[in-house]
Ligand binder design. Structure first.
Ligand SMILES: Cc1cc2nc3c(=O)[nH]c(=O)nc-3n(C[C@H](O)[C@H](O)[C@H](O)COP(=O)(O)OP(=O)(O)OC[C@H]3O[C@@H](n4cnc5c(N)ncnc54)[C@H](O)[C@@H]3O)c2cc1C
Length: 115
């Protein structure tokens, strides 16, 4: 006999996106259930290289989200301690040619990096 499930939020997908949604929804006081057709992190998340990059983002909404994400990762790492493998290594990107691209100049200006 099936049992009825009662909660505020059902998150479908136990990858990085679903886990983050579930965590912050639960922290907001909601009763959250995560369901997945397979194992936790059994999708694309399990294949990720673990890089947290901001330098490859164009100035604008995506870069702002990336910077917010970096801050949240650092907070979580501090909070969870040894439970997560977090290492703030920094990152950089290059246009790959002697002549700098407009995108490179734009991102350099935005981040305030020196020449
Ligand atoms: C080789 C590789 C390297 C990468 N490296 C990086 C990196 O270094 N840094 C980075 O930021 N990003 C990286 N990415 C991208 C990153 O891994 C993905 O953007 C991220 O993992 C996506 O997470 P997700 O939770 O949205 O999806 P997923 O991890 O795929 O999770 C989706 C989940 O939903 C479940 N699901 C789907 N449909 C249903 C359904 N109908 N019913 C029940 N469950 C369902 C799946 O089983 C799965 O578990 C990489 C990707 C790849 C492929």
């Amino acid at each position: 006999m099936s049992k009825s499930l009662t909660c505020d939020v059902v998150v479908v997908g136990a990858g990085m996106t679903g886990a983050a949604c579930a965590l912050y929804a639960a922290r907001a006081g909601l009763d959250v259930t995560v369901v997945d057709r397979g194992p936790v992190a059994g999708g694309t998340t399990g294949a990720g290289e673990g890089n947290l990059l901001a330098s490859d983002k164009e100035p604008g909404p995506e870069l702002r989200l990336a910077l917010l994400s970096l801050r949240l990762w650092a907070e979580l790492a501090h909070e969870l301690g040894r439970e997560v493998e977090y290492e703030a290594k920094g990152d950089s990107s290059s246009p790959g040619t002697p002549k700098r691209s407009p995108r490179w100049e734009s991102s350099r200006t935005h981040s305030g990096r020196p020449e």
